[in-house]
Design a protein around this ligand. Sequence first.
Ligand code: CUK
Ligand code: CUA
Ligand code: CA
Length: 658
Amino acid sequence: MSDKTNEQNPELKAGQFRALTEEEIASLPGSPGNLGRRGFMKMGALAGLAGVGGTLLAGCGRASTGEQPVSSKAPAPAATGMPEDHVAPGKLDEYYGFWSGGQSGEMRILGLPSMRELMRIPVFNTDFAIGWGITNESKRVLGENFPRGGDLHHPHMSQTNGHYDGRYLFMNDKTGCRIARIRCDVMRTDKITSIPNVADVHGLRVQREPRTGYVFANSEFRVPSPNDGRDLDDPKKYQCVFTAVNGDTMEVAWQVIVDGNLDNTDCDYDGKYVASTCYNSEGAVDLAGMMQGERDWAVVFNIKRIEAAVKAGKFKTIGTSKVPVVDGRHGSELTMYIPVPKNPHGLNSSPDGKYFAAAGKLSPTVTLMAWSKVDDYFAGKLKDPRDAVVAEPQLGLGPLHTAYDGRGNAYTTLFIDSQIVKWNIQDAIDAYAGKKVNYLRQKLDVAYQPGHNHTSLGETRDADGKWLVSLNKFSKDRFLAVGPLHPDNDQLIDISGDQMVLVADAPVFSEPHDSVIIPSRLMAGKIKRIWDRKDPFFAETVAQATKHGIVLEKDSKVIREGKKVFVYMTSSAPTFGLNSFTVKKGDEVTVVDTNIDDIEDLTHGFCLSNYGINMEISPQETSSVTFIADKPGVYWYYCTFFCHALHLEMRGRMLVEA
Ligand code: CUK
Ligand code: CUA
Ligand code: CA
């Protein structure tokens, strides 16, 4: 950041900004004078953006969001009877929502329309309730030297033929360059893969056809290649790669070197292409530089050609990684670069399989491109990649992501305007072709500053057009004060009628970026209520016990191998199989606990006082933990899940001899 003075706020340096006061907003040229808090939020966002360079909103007048007339009034929610999102006590939600946990590193399960949080699934984070990052079973998934947390942005469910198939959820860790997989049958993270040759993993999507298949991952940050200390301050030599992971084995299949960088990604409905937005075609390393160009691009990857190139050995490897890396920079026959305005963000395929949309972010437009034109390009029938664009509707300020209802309408979040704009795809195409039609349908105020939005089933062929969630970054005054850190506000919107209707505000902890909404009927019978004793998640622990001659469902016994002590015990409400066990100071102790209760919901815990250990053991599960008994004395272990009237009495002693 330079020392140049910020033009808007002379007392601040370039790059620093503060929200304007209400008086300052009222005095701005073109200001309606008396802005409500919504206007205030918008101007604050504008001031923040304007503070960095001035050219940021190039291409759009500040107040004009397109010449097309549209109502931005929110229709009143249903005035009579129960609210639409009311799910009575004892009743079940119609949809699951799988929610990103952002910088908390976890994934969350919500019920819709109630927006009740049902469960948190630790993924990249450590979690004391579950013992994630503590148990041996979780460490086998995380790796021994796992980072302390992660930044989870994009959860997506595996698909078969463009339908959710209930097998897995995949998600990225932006900071740790990792991809994780959650098994939907037990809702537990079962694989984490580190992506080589990248500095972050941001956008993530799954292959729809014929199935998942590939998990596609974008890297946003450009770094030297390999990033081993060379070319430190020579950004021209930095690069970025696109990654495809095999969703079955979770091994990295191949990577593609690209020009510029990669932000968000989505694929087609034919299994042929995957496309990503790039906001840093400039290859800059500072904000002003990344906003220099009026256009960046969307890059399309030709999957078949990339596979063929890898098969033919036309690849290299980078550094110590063995992953095949092909060159997809300009001029390559593996890729297509479609110019789009300016610093695009979201990339979203329409559920009819025909189009993909790049949201303009710094341009008030969304660029709609046709997969059929991509076919034409790779067949040599389309010369100018820009001719793949079939519409470029002007929607409003700060378009970030687009969702679809399956009835021909698209819904785009406007970060700066704090609105969802509904527009009609065919009308936008006709308008682009020169016809006089109004493609705008409605603008709905949301509170405030939406990032992603998501429609029920909207990323599959089954888009049902019932619900839309707007994942808003700010909640400001919508909830009781809870300190300087505010919750985000995820709003539920009914899109089943002609007009969007805001139904509910749901506060959420930092910071959901994305979500998927899946009918509960689709998951019916797929989610286990009790562990299977043969589950692979703890199979290695079972194998180790078998070597010791232990039957985990029956035996509670201590086995010593030199300085290694294995403590096997059962849990059955309200008792541990061992009342006490004795070890020596310095021993490496492994406690293996098996919950032999087979009653649904009867979970036990094993918590060892003053040793920083807790683990969850659900019915028929085995959990284990290994630690050094480095403190002599008496240490109680106790059950942490209230399992029985005598739950408090469910405890025992570890005696550590000096
Ligand atoms: S995202 Cu990751 S910065 Cu718009 Cu998909 Cu929030
Ligand atoms: Cu077992 Cu509480
Ligand atoms: Ca740019």
